[in-house]
Design a protein around this ligand. Structure first.
Ligand SMILES: NC(=O)c1ccc[n+]([C@@H]2O[C@H](COP(=O)([O-])OP(=O)(O)OC[C@H]3O[C@@H](n4cnc5c(N)ncnc54)[C@H](OP(=O)(O)O)[C@@H]3O)[C@@H](O)[C@H]2O)c1
Length: 274
């Protein structure tokens, strides 16, 4: 028997997951999406051929897996609305809301609800996301596999056993795309200052970032060794890397990630206390 998957919230991330699941072979008829915006629903129905409904409850009632894909500030209200349905039908709930902890979800949905918390990042929108997952103790092995295959539709996945590490994940991969955009912006500007036309600097930067990530992903060699291999003694790369070291690049990233991690803890506390 096929598994019915219901999305509560039909925004960017839900659409992306729906597209990924259908590309992976899930039948559109096994997917339902609920959203308050009729136009958004019509668009989803037209684009993907899934069911679409204005009623969160209807979608939850007909689903074995309920994916909460609303903004974090709407999660508590949506959970309260769905709690009776979820207590009765006991689906697996997957929350992709940033910063909303399992304990708070359990408090709002019912403490024995099987819940997986997922933290994707923005490249999920181009099917190259990095998603960390953590499950509460009510989630079975089969449900873990189901949650993992849903999130794998938009990129790579990995499991955390300790939920408190989600704040470090938020600091690294959640906010990470912005760090790389910042580095790319800086390289483009530096290239321009050395006389390259803007578009040339942009293309060389992007392809170099892509190529470096691809090389690193396709080998088991760690990043340190990869860097050493392309840093010949006395060469150009060594000169540049020495400037980065002298300017404390590693400490700067440690400080940046610590600041992001601490803010993630603060925000999760605020969301849980609402
Ligand atoms: N986008 C990312 O890269 C990313 C990365 C990591 C995590 N996330 C998480 O993914 C979740 C969704 O993000 P998103 O970017 O997809 O947001 P989004 O585009 O704003 O989608 C949220 C959708 O939920 C709808 N909605 C609002 N209230 C609702 C309700 N009571 N019941 C049902 N649907 C409701 C919204 O409709 P209206 O627009 O009409 O209000 C909107 O269509 C967030 O919790 C976010 O933290 C996103």
């Amino acid at each position: 028997m096929s598994t019915a998957i219901g999305f509560i919230g039909g925004g960017n991330m839900a659409r992306c997951l729906v597209g990924g699941l259908i590309a992976d072979g899930i039948q559109p008829g096994d997917i339902r999406v609920a959203d308050p915006n009729q136009q958004q629903l019509d668009d989803i129905r037209l684009s993907f051929g899934t069911h679409a409904s204005l009623s969160n409850r209807e979608v939850a009632e007909k689903s074995d897996i309920v994916v909460l894909a609303v903004k974090p500030q709407n999660i508590q209200a949506v959970s309260a609305e769905l709690a009776p349905t979820i207590a009765r039908d006991r689906p697996l709930v997957i929350s992709i809301a940033a910063g909303v902890r399992l304990a708070h979800l359990g408090k709002w949905l019912g403490t024995s609800t099987a819940i997986v918390r997922a933290m994707p990042n923005t490249p999920a929108l181009v099917k190259s996301g990095a998603t960390a997952l953590v499950a509460n103790r009510h989630v079975s092995t089969e449900q873990r596999n189901q949650a993992e295959s849903i999130m794998r539709a938009v990129g790579m996945t990995l499991w955390l056993e300790d939920e408190s590490l989600m704040d470090a994940v938020t600091a690294l991969s959640g906010s990470g795309p912005a760090y790389f955009f910042f580095v790319m912006e800086a390289l483009e500007q530096a290239g321009e200052q050395l006389g390259l036309p803007r578009e040339t600097a942009r293309l060389l930067t992007l392809q170099t970032a892509f190529g470096a990530a691809k090389m690193a992903l396709e080998t088991t060699t760690d990043s340190h060794l990869l860097r050493e291999r392309v840093t010949s003694p006395g060469g150009t790369t060594e000169r540049a890397v020495n400037v980065l070291k002298d300017n404390r690049l590693e400490q700067i990233f440690t400080e940046a990630l610590t600041a992001a991690r601490d803010r993630s803890v603060e925000l999760a506390n605020i969301l849980g206390n609402e």
